[in-house]
Write a protein that binds this ligand. Structure first.
Ligand SMILES: [Fe+2]
Length: 238
């Protein structure tokens, strides 16, 4: 499986401070059947200099190779929505140098300009993937809000822990609703450390399978993430 959203790089954001924790996270991911991890450091107040993320990826990859952990680390970023008019930032932190970009909205609410953000990103030639809206209070209160941004052309990434209850009953109920309504396109871990938001792919997969069946669950966990890594089109159900 592929994890498209993971804060695995050491000493760059609120992910692990040390390389040893990054290796531990990769070990846990391997146990869950993950073969590829996109490193998605927060791109918010700081724009990391070109080369910094790729150096950290290369250091981590070497470390994983030394520990015989067969996981490939790929470049990406979790880009704050205010960069929706910044093609250079979107390009620098796109997922595996494809047109796909992972976009973070504020955690407190869905901004009024959400649809404009999606529109502008598409206009610049990128495809926005909205990170974990099921944890956003606006969406918890009114889950159908995300239909509007999907209709504008955004994809939705859900955090695996949301469906397993890691973030509480409200987030879990919202997640179940969105999955059943085909409003989710990708599952990812959004792991930050070996302890915080542990990778729970297998548990989340079983839960998703119960809700929508195995082939639809495969789409969220395997087929869509794989298409994104290759820059191919993602199949969106109405
Ligand atoms: Fe994240």
């Amino acid at each position: 499986m592929i994890d498209l959203h993971c804060h695995i790089l050491p000493g760059i954001d609120d992910g692990p401070a040390e390389m040893t924790s990054s290796v531990e996270m990769a070990r846990a991911a391997l146990k869950e059947g993950i073969t590829h991890i996109v490193a998605t450091p927060h791109v918010k107040s700081t724009i990391f200099p070109a080369g910094m993320v790729s150096q950290k990826i290369s250091d981590l990859q070497n470390e994983l190779n030394n520990h015989h952990i067969p996981i490939t680390i790929l470049p990406g970023g979790e880009i704050f929505y205010l960069y929706h008019e910044s093609p250079d930032v979107l390009k620098q932190f796109s997922i595996n140098q494809t047109p796909y970009v992972l976009i973070e909205f504020p955690h407190s609410h869905l901004p009024k300009i959400s649809e404009t953000v999606v529109f502008n990103i598409l206009l610049l030639g990128f495809i926005p993937i909205i990170a974990h809206p099921e944890r956003n209070p606006s969406v918890i209160i009114q889950p159908d809000l995300i239909s509007q941004i999907i209709d504008k052309g955004a994809l939705i990434q859900m955090t695996a822990g949301s469906i397993t209850g890691y973030f509480g009953r409200e987030v879990q109920a919202c997640s179940e609703y969105l999955i059943r309504k085909n409003r989710v396109h990708i599952m990812a871990s959004d792991a930050h450390s070996p302890e915080a938001r542990p990778v729970s792919f297998s548990q989340a997969f079983q839960k998703t399978k119960k809700l929508i069946g195995e082939s639809a669950a495969n789409r969220l966990f395997i087929e869509n993430p794989s298409a994104i890594l290759k820059g191919e089109r993602v199949h969106v159900l109405a």
